[in-house]
Design a protein around this ligand. Structure first.
Ligand code: CP
Ligand code: NVA
Length: 304
């Protein structure tokens, strides 16, 4: 593996191997034999806000022996209109790897191609692969695995986090039910790319959560969609993860949230606090999952 640009690009075995490695790295967090990034300098190039992704990557790169610099788009010439293709060709000669949070998926693909250094997607409008690797790891820790499990994603079912979940279900073969307003249904053109029948859409939230083992939600207004806030909040109300909806799921269901959370919007304070153990474990697992990605890239012999 040279890059991680999308979960769509991985197969089930590759995803499982990354989760296995996350588990091992969590058990041996400061193992000196794992400092595979020693002598390397990585750049974090972010065009959107971040707490978890930024800090977990900075800590993870350092724990693997590398050095890291944070580059905010606003403080780069990129923010004044310098094209990605030029930025990539400069940084590709200076850095050993790049972790990029931006808007268009095409931009990280272009960076990876022209920069020709390992490039990791730290969230685009299309996918958030590192988040879902951490989520899958947490799901396995909490439920023992994903085989035979039903996951319900509620709210903005066409967002980056939802799409990485869709690819996870497609690749790993667990059931994923997407429940959100029809106006924000997953893009039909992308849904056509799915070959398994494991991903379904059920706009009725009460029907969607019935018997589910995981209820997952994300913000209703993703970064870059702020102009649509009022419309989204209005339409997504029926998909709030609250005690009533949760009572219809499997009695042992866990609740997951990638964070940041907006209480009383996509999730109630009551449900979030009752499931804080899972939700903050998910946040911690960002570190271990991303170290698994970095480790795999650093130790791979070429490949795609
Ligand atoms: N979940 C997540 O990616 O959080 P940040 O936006 O804080 O990085
Ligand atoms: N869908 C959210 C995820 C935040 C981590 C966003 O893109 O803002």
């Amino acid at each position: 593996m040279k890059h991680l640009l999308a979960l769509e690009h991985l197969n089930g075995d590759e995803i499982t191997a990354l989760i296995d490695l996350s588990e091992e790295l969590k058990k041996n967090r400061r193992d000196p034999d794992r400092r595979v990034l020693a002598g390397q300098v990585w750049g974090l190039i972010f065009s959107k806000s971040s707490t978890r992704t930024r800090v977990s990557f900075e800590v993870g790169i350092r724990e693997l022996g590398g050095e890291v610099m944070f580059l905010s788009e606003r403080q780069m010439q990129l923010g004044r209109g310098e094209p990605i293709k030029d930025t990539a060709r400069v940084l590709g000669r200076l850095l050993d790897g790049a972790v990029i949070r931006t808007y268009a998926q095409r931009d990280i693909e272009e960076f990876a191609e022209l920069g020709d250094i390992p490039t990791i997607n730290a969230l685009t409008d299309t996918e958030h692969p590192c988040q879902i690797l951490a989520d899958l790891f947490t799901m396995r820790e909490k439920l023992g695995g994903w085989a035979g499990k039903r996951v319900c994603f509620l709210g903005d079912v066409d967002c980056n986090v939802a799409w990485s979940w869709i690819w996870a279900a497609e690749r790993l073969g667990f059931e994923l039910i997407l429940s959100g307003p029809e106006q924000f249904a997953p893009k039909a053109e992308w849904m056509k790319k799915l070959t398994s029948s494991k991903v379904t859409v059920e706009p009725d939230a009460q029907r969607a959560v019935a018997g589910c083992h995981v209820l997952y939600t994300d913000v209703w207004v993703s970064m870059g969609k702020e102009e649509e806030s009022a419309h989204r909040i209005d339409l997504m109300q029926p998909y709030q993860v609250n005690a009533e909806l949760l009572s219809l799921a499997d009695p042992k269901a866990i609740v997951m949230h990638c964070l940041p959370a907006y209480r009383e919007k996509e999730i109630t304070e009551e449900v979030l606090e009752a499931h804080a153990d899972t939700i903050f474990q998910e946040a911690e697992n960002r570190l271990h999952a991303q170290k698994a990605v970095l480790f795999t890239i650093a130790t791979s012999q070429g490949g795609g």
